[in-house]
Design a protein around this ligand. Sequence first.
Ligand code: FE2
Length: 666
Amino acid sequence: MVLYEVTVYTGDRVCAATLNSVHIRLVGTDGKSDRTLLNSLVIFRGSVSTYTFCCSKSIGKLILIELDKRHSCLMPDDDWFPDKVEVKSPEGAIYTFPIHCWISNRETYRFREGKALRIFDESNSSGEHARHQELCQRKETYGWSEESPGVPNCIEADGPCTLPHEVRFSFTKDIEFKFTAGEAVLELDLKGLECSKKNWNSLDAMKHVFCDKHTTLSDYVQNHWMDDGLFAYQFLNGVHPTLIQRCKTLPKNFPVTDDMVFIPGGSNLSNELKQGHVYLCDYKNLDGMPANVVQGIQQYLMAPLVLFHKRPNDKMKPIAIQLKQIPAEDNPIFLPTDCMYDWLTAKIFVKSADFSEHQLNAHLLRTHLLAEVFAVSLLRKLPMVHPLYKLLIPHTRYTLHINELARKQLIGPTGIFTLFAASGGKALTMILARSLSSITYRSLCIPDDIADRDLEDVTDFYYRDDGLKLWNIIYTFVQGVIQHYYKSDEEVQKDSELQSWIRNIFEHGFLSKKESGIPQSFATVSELIKFATMVIFTCSCQHAAVNNGQYDYGAWMPNSPITLQHPPPTKKGTTSEATILQTLPPINVTVQGLTAYWLLSRPSSDFVPLGHYPEDHFTEKTPRQLQRDFKDKLDDVSKQISMRNEGLEIPYTYLDPKSIENSVAI
Ligand code: FE2
């Protein structure tokens, strides 16, 4: 007879304990143990419990464990969340089995030993069988759904409650999320604003909304929103830093002339264009989109062109705005030298278009929906024992749940966006589909994206500075992990699971659009490293950059109107404060937008920052050391950003690693 010592680590999350009986079976290279009862009493939350049991003989090197849980008629059925199981063999070897998932009564669960294995590393039929079974089951559990043509496929589910337990919010996050929404709505209810369909009667009246809910930056925006400097600054360091590009030649449909724009220092527009001091934001993606009808009133959504001027070491300023794509007499080019309300009205239309482009393209499509594609493909195609699963699974936490919530509460038939945003009706899926058709792999990789937009030498561009640093740190980490497991390009090529994963992403995320440049297969180790870097960057840094400042910049509604209810002026000299108030959304629409912003900008108490891996999917020395090095480097960047921010009038905090979540979770 030989003895095996089994240590069970139960998770510390709410409801992780079990009152039920847990059985274990060990499977090794030389056989398997009997199915053995582990506990006769409660396994407590956060507990570490050790059990010893006998086997008639050694079963060799351990490959996997089987766990199952049964409740007696006296005890309620509950779910149990073990973190890991360690087994000490009679030979003295210690095997670790990472688990990190909910065990319920329904079935027998198999967990592989922690050493990462590619499919061609499998040398035992039990391991091969478990690998195959796991993927078959996941394929059933995580189906694809085609919600709208031209838009990335999403998880097949009917709301967050129908998702598997593993991918749902924790009990803590679920309660907090509901509480924050309730709190915001309650406060608004007290003020009696939620039902008022009246227009604002003055800009000052808006200042009293959310009087308890400020951030330093939302106050700053409220006080400076009319300044051209803050208007331009937001295209580099606000919530939408991914549209602006250097402009060397004016687009043909934007006929700005030398005499229209004043260039300080005696230069002219042609020279400034040649010298690279001119920048452009072009909202052509929104051209021709049918604007929503909100509360029975037709809304207006423009597709503007905005020109900016910046000299080295100077602040950037907008110098011309055309609100529609086709130049015409009734589509004037607005200038800072126009009367104050004309210029302000033009900027408001730009910011409203920017709201739609930012929310639908930069935020929803390029982070939330792509992160969901990465998550579902990973769950369907890579088993837990695969090194890429271990590397990427922490970066998918809560993504399926938050996206299911968004589909119900924001962009579903009765969602805030659908009901109240200018781009919330038919335009919503049209904009998403058009955005996807123009997405490129290079635009998802920040070094390529900055180069393509020709923004490498723009001063005071903190999104780029911090983003590139983080990309490089993530790349080094990913390179270390991947090169540890893949020693040659041939190994990447022959990993059929890995090839199937990228193919799944190409087909279901990018709808097989070859022109996107998204890889359809991996030929080299370096291709794999770049792609995995992009996945982590998109799910963490890029999402933080476009998500975390929503309340800072959106709380003062005129800076980011969710919709506009009056057409833009067709000639100059017809605007006033009164026309602006008629154009801005009414009180209840403003309130809906603010509620959503408030809720989506709050971190939850079980927030996991970038580079923190509380679940040990890797058990080997090298990847665990690489994780520690990764975290140390991120801590250094955080310190550098804090020091840099001390000298800034507007600190740029969205890419400070301590405020970046590991995954798209909000
Ligand atoms: Fe988000």
